[in-house]
Design a protein around this ligand. Structure first.
Ligand code: NAD
Length: 388
């Protein structure tokens, strides 16, 4: 049996109303100047103020930074890093979707480093993270990325995405309160929910899967399988929001430890070249990548089918794996996400450049149970383009 390295951190609070744990956690660090990082929408609808106002009432000096954009480009990261360095903050709180949380992680660490954010990117940078940085508390407001429990910060480049990763990017505290997700619009609920499902599915079929991550991944698939449709059609469905919040959190723990694979590797170029959101990029590719690799992991695909609420009892593993792909396709379609790349106006002429960028994601591709080489990647994009 191979050795699994498992990191289950940070200290986390989950559950409806868990935001109340913010003040006692902040108090432990006795900060003088707190930087709260969010996006303009969350400031507009008052979610950011649910974080800043109680802190101000306790007498903390709080600065609200709202210049976060979805799928943040590296320039957005640079601007925030400069702002954080100049402000002499001693704590960072990120509140928002993965975009705000990733930038909060980056800012908290690079505040105590020299150089630009681009210097620290995995694929193209030359510097390594060496110091822990400012204490950080992360509060997700979407149920999707799991960023609150990973050591990854994703930045968009001109045609693809790259990441800064180091365990120093891990939060000190994560507060996962489903109440904060009630206002997420249906389209974002769908995309982020399939993102979380993809984390769990890819963690479960990863070559780095272990018994601990298997348990987390299957439970995440169960929660998301039973509640994503409900959360999309009725955002006020409390139980559905709770399930999605827990599902996203534990899928994050699973994929942080087991890794993601082919779906993510091929989704990054789609997001980079066509500015399709991370969740939608994963969603449109999920059934096609899983359909392509299913013969390398039929037993695991049968388990996923069962976790999604299907029944493999009277099926061969081969039949169950096929049915699993159909079930994933149905779920993506039921939540309103286009079933083919053409539905996102991706032209056929782009398939080659997508393939070339996909091949570069070697670290992620290495976790696929079926090795995915250039020709495989080309074929998957082609099938996803046609939708057949
Ligand atoms: P996002 O943060 O970009 O937010 C999407 C939209 O939803 C924004 O317009 C935002 O204002 C809105 N929104 C967020 N919460 C809301 C709420 N409660 N009510 C109303 N509107 C709300 O989306 P995301 O999918 O959460 O994050 C995507 C980013 O995360 C991408 O850059 C992706 O690459 C990255 N990501 C990071 C990790 C990681 O481990 N660090 C994992 C997966 C994805």
């Amino acid at each position: 049996m191979s050795v699994a390295k498992l990191v289950f951190t940070p200290l986390s609070y989950t559950g409806w109303g868990s935001l109340k744990e913010l003040l006692p956690e902040v108090a432990k660090y006795a900060p003088k100047r707190i930087l709260v990082i969010t996006d303009p929408m969350l400031a507009k609808i008052g979610i950011a103020q649910r974080v800043t106002e109680p802190l101000e009432e306790q007498g903390y000096s709080v600065t609200l930074y709202t210049d976060v954009v979805p799928e943040p480009p590296v320039e957005t990261g640079e601007k925030l890093v400069s702002f954080t360095r100049e402000g002499e903050f001693d704590m960072v709180v990120g509140v928002g979707g993965g975009s705000a949380l990733d930038l909060a992680k980056l800012a908290s660490v690079l505040a105590v480093h020299d150089g630009s954010a681009a210097d620290y990117l995995n694929l193209s940078g030359s510097k390594n993270v060496e110091k822990k940085g400012l204490p950080k508390i992360l509060i997700p407001t979407t149920s999707g990325t799991g960023s609150e429990v990973t050591n990854i910060s994703v930045l968009s480049l001109e045609t693809t995405k790259d990441v800064v990763t180091h365990d120093y990017l891990l939060a000190d505290v994560a507060i996962i309160d489903p109440e904060l997700t009630v206002s997420v619009p249906a389209k974002v609920t769908a995309a982020t929910g399939i993102d979380a499902l993809t984390h769990a599915v890819e963690a479960y079929i990863s070559v780095n899967a272990s018994p601990a991550t298997d348990g987390l991944a299957l439970q995440a698939i169960r929660l998301i399988g039973r509640s994503l449709r409900k959360a999309v059609t009725d955002g006020n469905n409390r139980q559905a929001r709770i399930d999605m919040s827990n599902g996203s959190y534990i899928a994050g723990l699973a994929f942080f430890n087991a890794g993601v694979a082919g779906v993510h590797a091929l989704a990054y170029p789609l997001g980079g070249q066509f500015h399709i959101s991370h969740g939608e990029s994963n969603a449109v590719l999920l059934p096609y990548v899983m359909g392509y690799i299913r013969k390398s992991c039929t037993k695991r695909m049968a388990d996923i089918l069962n976790a999604l609420g299907g029944n493999s009892a009277y099926l061969s593993e081969e039949e169950a794996s096929y049915k699993c792909v159909e079930e994933l396709q149905r779920l993506v379609s039921d939540v309103g996400i286009p079933a083919a790349l053409s539905g996102f106006n991706v032209p056929v002429s782009a398939l080659e450049s997508l393939t070339q960028d996909g091949v570069k994601q070697k670290r992620i591709l290495a976790r696929s149970p079926l090795p995915l080489l250039e020709d495989d990647i080309r074929k998957i994009y082609q099938v996803a383009f046609n939708g057949t």
